[in-house]
Design a protein around this ligand. Sequence first.
Ligand code: NAD
Ligand code: TDX
Length: 354
Amino acid sequence: MGTQPGTILVTGGAGFIGSNFLLGTVGGGRARVVTLDKLTYAANKDNLAPLDGDERHTFVQGDVGDRGLVLSLLRAHRPQAIVHFAAESHVDRSIDGPGAFVHTNVVGTFELLEATRAWLAEAGEGTRESFRFVHVSTDEVVGSLGPTGLFREDTPYAASSPYSASKAASDLFVRAYHRTYGVPTITVNSTNAYGPHQFPEKLVPLMVLGCLEGRPLPVYGDGGNVRDWIFVQDLCDGLHAALLHGPPGESYLFGARNEQTNLDMVHAICDVFDDLHGAEPGTSRRLVTFVADRPGHDRRYAVDPGRAERELGWRAAVPFREGLRRTVSFYLDNPAWCAAVQARYARERLGLGK
Ligand code: NAD
Ligand code: TDX
């Protein structure tokens, strides 16, 4: 695509990564944006409050699986790109209730692709060449690594959880719509993101809020599972680079070369928390409590982001400690945000499959 796109349709923009993409990457007058979000439990419309009154931003509450609605938005706004964040995103909830994951991640993505295909067919010459459909996906589609090695773009899919199976299916539909119908898609499979606006069912905000209240910090199993953490703004900047520079049909793995065991990650959060909160060093670490493991828990994810770095001119840049400080600070500085999201979820244990 090469230049700043015109209008962008962003799905799932009221969630964690989507809101960071809107506020930090494309919003605030940098592009005309239409946000389509169903406003599930994981969304917070207040995340987008800085865009209130911005005539270049339009918010629409609706389901990506509503093909008629999506088609009407495409006809009305004629976007040059769709960036597709909308999903059910929490592994533990997918263990308790996989149906919503099939509905949104598989069928919703399929309906969005169908609307896009129909619109590209009617939009006229030239539209398809400059159009991009950026599909935001996860490294979890390739399952668990052993103690060594890295995921690469050609690692075979071997999803473990209902969440990752649903994302894997969506990736394959996206690929099929490029190969079969010529929809200009780009897929990004990212490692775990952390940062402001993440719903506190996920490890990082759950631990920060636990530290704040002096409650036990539940670490699944032996705490030795490894995740590869990327700061959310780095991920969003990479998605923008993929939108501008990624050739249609490609997929890229994003990561920050930042592998941590869960126990090390929790300790790092505790230490940053104690420092920012003025607590005695070591206070929060004492709250760590080992609890029953997640069923089917993948042992290790780790990504080689080399291809994305070479081809997109992008590289994760925020140092881990700085990203963690910015993250912990957000939850400490925004008690109203934390209270609002916890009205829908009181941080109870999820995902034991009962
Ligand atoms: P999130 O759960 O915080 O937000 C998801 C958003 O999608 C919410 O605003 C929700 O209301 C919306 N949504 C859900 N179902 C919808 C539907 N049917 N129609 C319209 N909107 C709907 O998720 P997130 O962590 O921001 O993840 C965004 C995307 O990035 C997802 O596709 C996820 O699979 C992917 N991803 C996330 C991570 C991570 O670490 N969080 C890592 C890699 C990839
Ligand atoms: O209380 C907890 N204790 C714990 O030990 C929670 C909530 C999690 N964990 C562990 C499980 C994982 O190994 O921490 C790790 C991270 O867990 P989550 O925050 O639930 O993330 P994960 O399962 O790795 O998936 C996340 O990253 C990839 C996102 O939720 C996905 O949307 C993304 O695709």
